[in-house]
Design a protein around this ligand. Structure first.
Ligand SMILES: [Zn+2]
Length: 403
């Protein structure tokens, strides 16, 4: 049994959704961690009479703010190939369509990634995962979706699981994304194969199945067939929904009881109300909105409609090459109408909800001891310090993982 006592916390952000004062701040607080879980989260004075073991380790953070580790619930972290040239061409005015016609865009990533073996995929993703950890992410969702060919999709999932086991990275939660970009050849045969065998083989490797419901990607009907098959294999469901057009993705997520609907830039209030009514988390991806120059994610509207809201990086090589949850918090405030407190809760407890996890993203008794010590006594600096990194120390399961 190991015990860690964290004293001198100026402000402890519990981010506990059960409290109605986001981000649920306790002043002059302390944490007691036993075997990786929080045994106490409260005022430091309440610790005076506590029965602590003689060999308890003590850490005095000298007035710093402490927050939960970020839960980044939507990423495409594993890819091969380089699209920096495409970034420059788009900045110079070339259209995405023109770039795609010349072999660029998501097809370039698919071609490179599908050819990679597991070791190569892990080696490419590892530095990104390390950057995430340094920026305070302690749990990250990782999707397939750049394999397209069935064996390459499963290889991406195997690589994601291997990445999570590598150590010195965030915990990895895997998602199978078979309907991402249109496959080469007969699309009906492709969807049939995903339904018949893909989902079953992915179910031993991934917690969720995700679909890209969009004009130019996959229809509501195709997405529903795959999600229903995934549900039958015990997998949770996610939907890339209503990003570029209001095509029915959010309503599909609500109807099937998905764990989250992600993007939602074009979703209407009735769609958001349906998500709220069905308990589907609305995930905002403000990095992609910024890079694509489209409408902002509907953060304020989703909250006003009663949705639980998450913020994620959407880390990918085309539209949001960022590992930074603090930056996403800043963008959610600037673009999506969240308050800094709402953004912090969405990036922690909200992300956990979007992964169906109730053991993290909050700092309360019984939760995993995934927490961050900031180099500031102000939690608001997470969002306010635009593009900065105010994370000084990262604890995962009660262990200092950067030291
Ligand atoms: Zn995505």
């Amino acid at each position: 049994m190991t015990t860690l006592v964290v004293r001198g916390i100026g402000r402890l952000c519990t981010c506990d959704p059960a409290r109605d004062d986001p981000p649920g701040v306790l002043e002059k607080a302390a944490l007691v961690v036993r075997d990786g879980f929080i045994a106490f989260a409260g005022g430091e004075r309440e610790l005076a009479g506590a029965d602590l073991p003689d060999d308890a380790e003590t850490l005095d953070v000298a007035g710093a703010a402490v927050i939960p580790g970020f839960v980044d619930s939507h990423t495409h972290l594993i890819w091969l190939g380089d699209r920096s040239d495409e970034y420059a061409r788009r900045a110079a005015g070339e259209s995405y369509e023109s770039i795609a016609e010349s072999g660029g865009g998501i097809r370039a990533t698919v071609a490179a990634t599908a050819a990679g073996d597991i070791d190569t995929l892990v080696a490419a993703a590892f530095p990104r995962a390390r950057r995430m950890l340094r920026l305070g992410t302690t749990t990250v969702e990782v999707k397939s979706g750049y394999g397209v060919f069935p064996d390459a999709e499963l290889r991406q999932l195997d690589a994601a699981n291997a990445l999570g086991a590598a150590g010195h990275v965030p915990d990895v939660v895997t998602t199978y994304l078979p309907l991402h970009s249109a496959p080469p050849g007969d699309r009906n045969a492709y969807v049939d194969e995903v339904v018949a065998t893909g989902v079953r083989e992915a179910a031993t490797r991934a917690y969720f199945t995700d679909v890209h419901c969009e004009q130019g990607a996959f229809t509501v009907e195709e997405c529903e067939r795959v999600l229903v098959a995934a549900r039958a294999h015990g997998m949770g469901m996610k939907v890339h929904a209503d990003q570029l057009s209001r095509c029915g993705g959010a309503r599909l997520a609500a109807r099937l009881g998905a764990v989250s609907a992600d993007h939602l830039e074009m979703a209407g209030d009735t769609d958001l109300l349906a998500l709220a009514g069905a308990g589907v988390v609305a995930t905002l991806l403000p990095g992609a909105s910024l890079v694509l120059g489209g409408p902002p994610p509907p953060g304020r509207r989703a909250l006003d409609c009663g949705c639980v809201v998450a913020i994620a990086t959407d880390c990918n090589p085309g539209t949001s090459y960022s590992e930074s949850m603090p930056l996403m918090c800043s963008l959610a405030v600037a673009e999506a109408g969240l308050t800094p407190a709402e953004a912090l809760v969405a990036a922690t407890a909200g992300g956990a909800a979007a992964l169906g996890l109730d053991d993290r993203g909050v700092l309360r008794r019984g939760a995993r001891a995934d927490f961050l010590v900031l180099d500031s006594d102000r939690w608001i600096d997470v969002a306010y310090h635009l593009g900065g990194n105010v994370v000084a120390r990262v604890f995962k399961g009660g262990r200092d993982v950067l030291g």
